[in-house]
Each structure stands twice: as structure tokens, then as C-alpha cells.
Design a protein around this ligand. Structure first.
Ligand code: PDD
Length: 293
């Protein structure tokens, strides 16, 4: 259960240490544990090289700013990532980096600790789950009302809404839940959502209703490069059944076709040509930028 090593900077290790995950400890009064008062990132390595690390760190800085967690040493993440690669002998391996920064440990009180606590930093490097079947065959999704808070642009660790929605989807035999807010599809519980309608690729604008995914941004760039017309425009609930194609994007599983929604096929029930083209373009982009994939 506690395989591998982690980097932790917390009360017990103010300087930051790399140690076996099973030996690491943080305070039970850490605000991440008590309030979900923290932010996170997930970054993927291909052949040991980080894909779009700069963009992930920029988003991490923004999440910290928006949540007013005073931590200006985000560069520690890259150092910790390198140390974890070395100690786990994963310098040339694929992997997923999990980075979490909380407002630190303090007696329980909703207001920020005064004086501020030292933020708690956790970095872990784990294997990438095998998503090849999903990538190849596509997945089913179910739609659910988006009952999360109104700042989905912040990559907060407080993910109970996402967790409950994904569990419901799983129990309904689907791989992902597609949230719908005010009559428009927003995003998945842990992914962004794209649809093709009348030959035009569409995804929800990057406002407060969705997380501005790094993979989403990359796919939009690639679509433009490939001459696929793409719009950042919400897809209405009533348009979902008539989509020609749909797919999900996330750091962990890249581009996964959606072939079924609420029990009905999307298009002909198979991954469509635009999706296939963008999957290939994404792979090519990863190869170009990291030399891996
Ligand atoms: N999830 N939207 C939500 C709610 C997400 O949790 C994620 C990513 C995305 C896609 O963002 P990106 O392309 O930057 O990974 C969109 C990560 C992978 C996770 O929670 O594990």
C-alpha cells in the first residue's frame, strides 16, 4: 500500500526529506487533512522527461495564489521530482508525479493560522496505470448535475464532489462522470470533455466552471495546427445525444474516446476520426517535446 518514496516538507521535516512512503508522517492537524485546505498537481514523465512541467508549475502557482497559501518555493517540486527519480531508479521511466501543498498544520480553526503555518509539501512519483484499453476502445460516461463549488478552476485537494460523482459513474458501469451545470456540459470528475458537433470540435471555455487542463490546452493547440476547427464554447445538454464524437483529456490517460453516454452510443459507438487524429497528434507532440511515449 505504501510503496515507493515520497518527498515531504512538514513539521517533522522542516528542511524537506525523501523517505520511504510508509515511514513518512504529517500532523493530524494538517489543514489538508482537516479542511481539504490545499492544492495539487499531477505531472507525467515520458522516458523520465516531464511533459509540460512549466505549465503545471504555472498552474500550481496560480492555485496557491487563488487560495492564498503563501508558498513561493514552487521550484522545490522539480528538485524533489529529480530526487525521487534517482532514489527509485526511474530516471528513464514513465511515471506520474503527485504534488500537494497544504496550508500547513495548526489548531483547528476555519480562519487562516495567525501567524501563518509552514505549508506542508508532499511529492510522490508513482507508476502510470495502464490505460491502453480505454485509449483504444473508448469508454462510457454518465451525466450528472455539477454539484461542486464555483471555483473549479482551482486545483484543490478538496475533491469530495468529484469522488462521489465518479463512484456513482462506476456503479452505473461507466468510466467517468460528465458534469452538467446550468444546462451545459462542463468537465469530467477528473478530466476535461470535448465533443464534435457539425464537424466542429468544442470544449467548455476555461472559466471558473472547469479546470484549465494542460492536456486540454495542448489538444486545442494541436487541433488548430491540424486544421480541425475548434471552439471554446459550451456544449448544451440537449446537444449531447447528437454529438458525432466525444473524448476526455487528462494528464494520466491523455486522450480517451467517449463511445457511450447515458447508455446511448456516441456517433456509431466507436472512436471517431477527429478523436483518432488528435490522439495521434498528442502522441507525436509528446515525442517531440520529451523524446518519449
Ligand atoms: N486530474 N478536470 C479535472 C476536474 C481534473 O481533475 C483533471 C486532471 C483535468 C485535466 O487536467 P490535466 O490535463 O491538466 O491533467 C480536468 C488529474 C489527472 C487527477 O486528479 O489525477
Amino acid at each position: 500500500m505504501f510503496e515507493g518514496f515520497v518527498y515531504v516538507r512538514a513539521c517533522l521535516y522542516p528542511e524537506g526529506v525523501v523517505l520511504p512512503a510508509g515511514d513518512a508522517a504529517v500532523s493530524v492537524w494538517d489543514r489538508g487533512f482537516v479542511f481539504g485546505d490545499g492544492v495539487y498537481e499531477v505531472v507525467r514523465a515520458y522516458g523520465g522527461r516531464w511533459f509540460r512541467m512549466r505549465e503545471h508549475l504555472r498552474r500550481l502557482r496560480r492555485s496557491l495564489e487563488e487560495t492564498r497559501i503563501g508558498f513561493d518555493e514552487v521550484d522545490v517540486v522539480e528538485k524533489a521530482a529529480g530526487a525521487l527519480q534517482r532514489v527509485q531508479e526511474l530516471e528513464e521511466a514513465d511515471g506520474l508525479l503527485y504534488v500537494q501543498i497544504t496550508r500547513g498544520a495548526a489548531p483547528r480553526s476555519h480562519a487562516f493560522p495567525d501567524p501563518p503555518a509552514e505549508p506542508t509539501v508532499l511529492v510522490a512519483l508513482t507508476a502510470v496505470p495502464d490505460f491502453s484499453e480505454e485509449v483504444e476502445k473508448g469508454v462510457a460516461v454518465v451525466t450528472r448535475e455539477d454539484f461542486r463549488w464555483h471555483r473549479c478552476d482551482i486545483k484543490t485537494i478538496a475533491l469530495q464532489g468529484n469522488v462521489l460523482a465518479l463512484q456513482e459513474a462506476k456503479e452505473a458501469g461507466a468510466k467517468e462522470c460528465l458534469f452538467v451545470r446550468d444546462g451545459a456540459a462542463t468537465e469530467g470528475s477528473h478530466s476535461n470533455f470535448f465533443g464534435v458537433k457539425d464537424g466542429v470540435l468544442r470544449t467548455h471555455p476555461a472559466d471558473r466552471r472547469i479546470l484549465a487542463g494542460i492536456t486540454r490546452e495542448c489538444v486545442l493547440e494541436l487541433a488548430r495546427e491540424a486544421g480541425v476547427s475548434a471552439e471554446e464554447a459550451a456544449i448544451g445538454r440537449e446537444e449531447l445525444a447528437g454529438l458525432e464524437e466525444a473524448f476526455l483529456t487528462a494528464t494520466s490517460f491523455e486522450v480517451v474516446p467517449v463511445v457511450q453516454m447515458d447508455g446511448r452510443p456516441i456517433g456509431d459507438g466507436k472512436p471517431g476520426p477527429v478523436t483518432r487524429r488528435l490522439q495521434e497528434a498528442f502522441r507525436e507532440c509528446v515525442r517531440r517535446e520529451t523524446g518519449g511515449a
